[in-house]
Design a protein around this ligand. Structure first.
Ligand code: NI
Length: 141
């Protein structure tokens, strides 16, 4: 059987553990503490992040692949998880110099890092879980 055209999505889950502190230097300490709550803790705290990277596009009829998931794994690891894992995002990761490491901003950085390495024909959508219950979705807009 020959499949002439097929569009599909492939996803890969990766995890990393990192510390952060959410803080806006333009706000008073009181405002930071009340707005960011526990995530404003002065001495940082950690999260077990789960990153789901979803790629959508046309399946190559010759190979039957949308993309090689080994390649996607390598991209996510080299661009995101190896840079963030067991790091203090505020202090150790240059991407967050002057950028508050909220889940939204981590998703933004991860999306753009992965996007650079992917074929332009592929659509990229990522989901970042900061806790079991809270997650951010981002597709580059
Ligand atoms: Ni936090």
């Amino acid at each position: 059987m020959f499949v002439p055209y097929m569009r599909a999505s492939a996803s890969r889950v990766e995890r990393f553990n990192a510390a952060h502190r959410l803080h806006n230097p333009n706000w008073s300490d009181e405002k930071n503490a009340s707005f960011f709550g526990l995530c404003n803790n002065e001495n940082y705290h950690g999260h077990n992040y789960r990153l789901i990277v979803k790629v959508t596009g046309e399946v190559d009829p010759e190979s039957g692949y949308l993309l090689d998931l080994k390649l996607l794994k390598d991209i996510i690891r080299s661009e995101v998880t190896q840079r963030f894992d067991h790091k203090n995002l505020n202090l150790d990761v240059p991407d967050f110099k002057g950028l508050n490491p909220t889940a939204e901003n981590i998703a933004y950085v991860a999306w753009h890092r992965i996007r650079k390495q992917l074929d332009n024909k592929l659509v990229l959508h990522i989901t970042l879980y900061e806790t079991e219950r809270n997650f951010i979705e981002y597709d580059g807009q």
